[in-house]
Design a protein around this ligand. Structure first.
Ligand code: ADP
Ligand code: MG
Length: 479
């Protein structure tokens, strides 16, 4: 570096030289010897004047390469040494005059036009830095707040845990009793909603906290981009300096080994600093097809499972959404939807939105019949192709009775109740009519089936154990 000094137009030349040597030293550490030799060793400090550092490089190619890939890093490192440095001009060797002198905000730089050999590196204007941040963290959905999240038995643990993380993040010290929080459950059950809710909470109550929320897919994309542009240091720094990191749909990086590795190290760095992490996936950690150490890391904190919705939760969600939309719908209609659209909340919302749109269009309440028409495709999809035989078989197995009891005349509760559960599920999960169902149950009358269905509907409101049995069976039959 000694031969870097050609002339010394400013006073503390020696200071600048040692500053610059330290910048290069840090750069070397970051990029490794080989890359350093290829790209940076020939860089020479020409001078420092009024906050502008002029550095020369031997070739145009090198100059452009450094400017494209290392501009930000170079400036950041130098500014860490000397905050007065506001920009760097890269010039070609023996071109001691600054080629481009740009002022912030200059659209076109006349000097650069007449002398195209210099490249000026300046900090991004704040707007751009903001955009960069925005790129890392995915945009939040304004509807996905805790206030809008309806809590029921299937999601109460996940909700409580998410709230706990959100509150810990806005407190004076990050005090998370578990780390990471791992949320998992089938599609459309509220994982993304809860993560957004945490982010909104922190953004509202502690806006200075740095929160990154993004999908695992986007994490991978950012990581690959960093590799390609050799800015992995920035990437690591960015992710390891957050107050809260949330990665959605981590199942996406199954089989993506280097991304998993990077995420693993990021986790460790954050956990060491007691920074909360929230992860979501469609499966439990042990069922994810990830590296073993990753799986055990994920299961290290709290694992909260979002269960398939129950009828009560679906009804609650419909009521809440209708209220948010300032629409009053007949209770019967909401109950009908809660009964029929059992797959997930996203479809339930879709159904409700169609009904709302239709109601507004025709300007009066929708009847059950027309609702069925409007939603016929959704209803059909929710029926799946479960057969009555299958339902009977599963229910018999579950309650440990013989299949023959489904069609027998025995009325003992031990067999009558499971039979009613099977009828109820047939009504819910198939499009068979009541008489058709009756025939399959030993030629029973349609009123008997109706009675059975009603009985179960009534019972599951108060009988938790039965409700869970029914829910479990429904899930098994639909999977
Ligand atoms: P996931 O990420 O688990 O696939 P989302 O969080 O995207 O599911 O949820 C799908 C939709 O259902 C969203 O519009 C969300 O607001 C809604 N939703 C899910 N669960 C609830 C709930 N308990 N209360 C209110 N809305 C919910
Ligand atoms: Mg999601």
């Amino acid at each position: 570096m000694a031969d870097a000094v050609h002339d010394s137009p400013t006073g503390n030349r020696g200071d600048f030289d040692s500053e610059w040597a330290r910048v290069l030293g840090r750069l070397k550490k970051e990029v490794g010897d080989t890359a350093f030799r290829s790209w940076f060793r020939t860089m020479t400090l020409e001078r420092v004047e009024q906050g502008e550092g002029t550095v020369s490089v031997p070739t145009r190619f090198l100059r452009n390469w450094v400017a494209t890939h290392y501009a930000d890093r170079l400036l950041a490192l130098w500014r860490a040494e000397n905050p007065e440095i506001t920009r760097i001009t890269l010039v070609l060797d023996r071109q001691s005059k600054p080629a481009a002198v740009a002022e912030a905000g200059d659209a076109v730089c006349p000097a650069a036009q007449s002398e195209p050999d210099g490249v000026v590196i300046e900090p991004h204007p704040p707007a751009e830095i903001g955009e960069d941040r925005g790129q890392l963290s995915a945009p939040l959905d304004p509807r996905f707040t805790f206030e809008n999240f309806v809590v029921g038995k299937p999601n109460e643990l996940a909700n409580a845990a998410a709230r706990r993380v959100a509150e810990a993040c806005v407190g004076p010290v990050h005090n998370v009793p578990f780390n990471p929080l791992f949320l998992y459950g089938g599609v459309g059950l509220g994982k993304t909603h809860l993560m957004n809710a945490i982010a909104w909470h922190v953004r509202t109550h502690a806006p200075s906290r740095k929160v990154i929320y993004l999908s695992a897919e986007k994490f991978m994309y950012q990581f690959i981009k960093a590799l390609r542009f050799r800015s992995t240091m920035d990437f690591k720094e960015e992710f390891r300096s957050v107050d809260l990191l949330m990665i959605d749909d981590v199942q996406f990086i199954a089989g993506k080994d280097s991304t998993q590795e990077e995420l693993f190290h990021t986790f460790n760095a954050l956990v060491d600093q007691n920074r909360p992490i929230v992860i979501s996936a469609d499966k439990s950690p042990s069922d994810l097809n990830l590296q073993e150490r990753m799986r055990s890391r994920l299961a290290w904190g709290l694992v909260a499972d979002l269960h398939p919705t129950t009828y009560e939760l679906r009804l609650g969600i419909l009521e809440s959404k209708a209220e948010q939309a300032h629409i009053r719908l007949p209770q019967k209609l909401l109950e009908f939807l809660a009964h029929k659209i059992v797959s997930n909340v996203r479809e339930l919302e879709g159904a409700l939105n169609r009904i709302i749109a239709q109601t507004q269009l025709i300007g009066r309440d929708i009847t059950l019949e027309s609702a069925q028409e409007i939603l016929h495709d959704l209803l059909r999809a929710n029926e799946r192709r479960v057969t009555i035989d299958e339902i009977q078989k599963r229910v018999a197995e579950h309650f440990n009775i013989r299949m023959a009891e489904m069609t027998s005349n025995r009325r003992a509760r031990a067999v009558a109740r499971p039979r009613q559960v099977a009828m109820y599920l047939c009504k819910q999960l198939t499009s068979a009519s009541l008489p058709a169902i009756g025939r399959k149950f030993g030629g029973r009358d349609h009123t008997t089936v109706m009675h059975g269905v009603r009985k179960i509907e009534e019972l599951i409101v108060g009988d938790r154990a039965l409700a869970e049995d029914v829910e479990l069976l429904r899930r098994m039959l639909q999977s």
